[in-house]
Design a protein around this ligand. Structure first.
Ligand code: R5P
Length: 348
């Protein structure tokens, strides 16, 4: 046969199967709902449902995952939301549950195992300052050694984490286009300045400023690493007087960064301030502090994604909070991976 007549087939991946750890259940169900919408357009496809599995916690706190269905040969996806505001389990409990789920899938002979973790744990420990652990690298190693071939996350705190994987691939998605669409649909923001809450957020802020055709400013934040979550000083580079401000950040943890940045911007004459983040953790007293900032007129709105799901009641009862769902993006990426189609096309 002439070489030009050879038809290359891509080869099939195994059947797509989706499983959830306990804290990933809500997000996984949203992904499955959207996958079913995609699959509706395909002939011969049956509706997907979550694979039956069980997370068992022993009296000493140890955890194990048992998978109750055959997944041999599957292209298998395990969804876990490590920091879950609706569950008493700690980040470490949920991380360990994920690792047992991955290894259960490995022992069950899935062809490919993808950990779907919208929140990459320990992502702020990606480098060391003194005698410290580079824990984000350890997490990559734990995931690989447990059996993961791929990890899908969103807006990972430091892109250097991609290089911590040796055998697995990291797909880092972005919430920005979903958030920008929400802002354009819901708010008519004129006279806008995009402000990075710290120097690390400058690239993200530049992207928002390009997409929303707005000016750019940066808050230069110095942390006091001798104390937990303590900010030493803040100063503004740029002009916000009489302007509306949008602060895009990757995460809100204690709320300290954005509340302090917003107060500084108000002092400098900013009008309405909207904050947008991919991971609205709201740890510790954050909800009370953000409510206070809203009532004092410091922050007008916080936009977060369902990568950290606070429940329908919270969304309904919290006037300062807008939730944007990014489950459809995860569903499309999972579908394209399973079909061996491009993922980068979805991220444009
Ligand atoms: C910092 O580098 C991050 O992008 C966030 O701004 C920070 O981690 C948020 O933490 P907190 O809400 O506790 O200030």
């Amino acid at each position: 046969m002439d070489s030009t007549t050879i038809v290359r087939t891509k080869g099939e991946r195994g059947a797509m199967s989706i499983m959830a750890c306990d804290s990933g259940h809500n997000f996984a169900q949203r992904i499955v709902n959207h996958l079913n919408e995609i699959l509706q357009n395909e002939i011969h496809s049956l509706p997907l449902r979550l694979i039956k599995s069980e997370e068992i916690t022993f009296s000493n706190g140890e955890v194990k995952t048992v998978i109750h269905e055959n997944i041999r040969g599957d292209d298998h996806y395990i969804v876990q939301c490590i920091d879950d505001p609706l569950n008493d389990k700690t980040v470490n409990d949920n991380l360990m549950a994920l690792l047992t789920a991955i290894n259960a899938a490995f022992q069950s002979d899935a062809d490919s195992i993808t950990a779907v973790i919208p929140q990459f744990p320990y992502s702020r420990q990606e480098r060391k300052k003194t005698r410290e652990c580079i824990t984000a690298k350890q997490i990559a190693q734990f995931l690989e050694v447990s059996g993961a071939n791929r990890v899908i996350t969103i807006d990972v705190h430091s892109e250097a984490i991609m290089g911590f994987f040796t055998t697995a691939k990291l797909e880092n998605l972005h919430a920005s286009n979903f958030i920008i669409k929400h802002i354009k649909n819901k708010y008519q923001l004129q006279n806008l300045v995009i402000t990075a809450a710290d120097v690390g957020g400058a690239e993200r802020a530049r992207y928002y400023s390009k997409m929303l055709q707005a000016d750019l400013a940066i808050v230069d934040k110095a942390r006091d690493y001798s104390q937990k979550s303590k900010i030493k000083s803040m100063r503004l580079v740029g002009e916000v007087k009489d302007k509306n401000v949008l602060i895009p950040d990757d995460m809100i943890s204690t709320g300290g960064t954005i509340i302090n940045a917003s107060k500084l911007l108000k002092e400098k004459g900013a009008k309405d301030i909207i904050v947008a983040c991919s991971l609205p953790f709201f740890n510790g007293e954050a909800v009370d502090l953000l409510s206070e900032a809203y009532e004092e007129g410091v922050i007008s709105k916080v936009i977060g994604t369902d990568a950290v799901f606070h429940g329908e009641q919270f969304v309904k009862n919290t006037p300062w909070y807008d939730e944007v769902t990014i489950a459809p993006l995860f569903a499309e990426v999972i579908y394209n991976i399973n079909q061996k189609r491009s993922v980068s096309e979805l991220l444009k």
